[in-house]
Design a binder for this molecule. Structure first.
Ligand code: ADE
Length: 223
């Protein structure tokens, strides 16, 4: 998979792409991540990419031209590149979308807005608009990392399938509780069933735990 990230703050991605599982996925060639500073597409002095809004009001607004030119270069090389705009008024991101994108797209492009907003016409250049939650961040960089992370970990060869099989949201349920050594810590014991060696019983217990947890913490998922 190729992931292009259009941003004005490339340094924000240093840790994300150079640590842990994402670094390993890149080293193995499973994902190629291009961090693109779209300021380089500005045709104005000082590499300006934003301006004041028509009609007045505070703040600066991202202009369409540098984004258009950056996307044109990408699309000229790969017409199937799928463009995602990060914005609090986009579609709420969920695990299902991560699964869908990991299976059905080979090339994603994220546009990270910053400042007060972006020229409305930028929306016409995008295939999908995504929000990661009902709160406003200073820009689209963190959402781009959140979404990329959730997709990359699902790509073949990134993490073991057994880890993916049993995780929250797979079957619209939260995950079951897990334990490791010691068997008892400050009076808190590992449930006996997990020490029983009876795999059928363990599977049944885990499923019940998933249901109970979901009912208690996220009843909305059961509807
Ligand atoms: N940009 C600012 N806030 C955001 C959010 N919640 N989701 C996606 N992009 C954003």
């Amino acid at each position: 998979m190729i992931i292009d990230i259009l941003t004005l703050f490339p340094g924000m991605f240093d840790g994300f792409i150079n640590e842990s599982i994402i670094k390993r996925a890149r080293d193995k060639g499973i994902v190629k991540i291009n961090i693109i500073d779209f300021r380089k597409y500005s045709k104005l002095s000082n590499n300006q990419v934003d301006d004041t809004p028509y009609g007045g009001g505070g703040g600066m607004v991202l202009m369409i031209e540098p984004i258009y030119d950056a996307l044109k270069e990408i699309k000229d090389n790969d017409k199937d590149a799928y463009v995602i705009l990060l914005t609090p008024d986009g579609k709420q991101f969920r695990q299902e979308e991560a699964v869908y994108l990991s299976k059905n797209r080979k090339h994603l492009v994220f546009i990270c807005g910053h400042y007060e907003g972006f020229d409305e016409r930028i929306r016409t250049l995008c295939d999908l608009e995504i929000s990661i939650g009902d709160y406003v961040l200073t820009g689209g960089e963190l959402p781009a990392m959140v979404i990329s992370d959730s997709i990359i970990r699902l790509l073949d060869g990134v993490i073991t399938n057994t880890s993916l099989d049993s995780e929250s949201f797979n079957d619209k349920l939260l995950d079951y509780p897990t334990y490791t050594k010691p068997r008892e810590f400050m009076g808190m014991k590992v449930p006996d069933v997990l020490l029983s060696g009876d795999h059928a019983k363990i599977a049944e217990w885990r499923y019940k735990q998933k249901l109970e947890r979901t009912k208690e913490r996220r009843p909305d998922l059961l509807k």
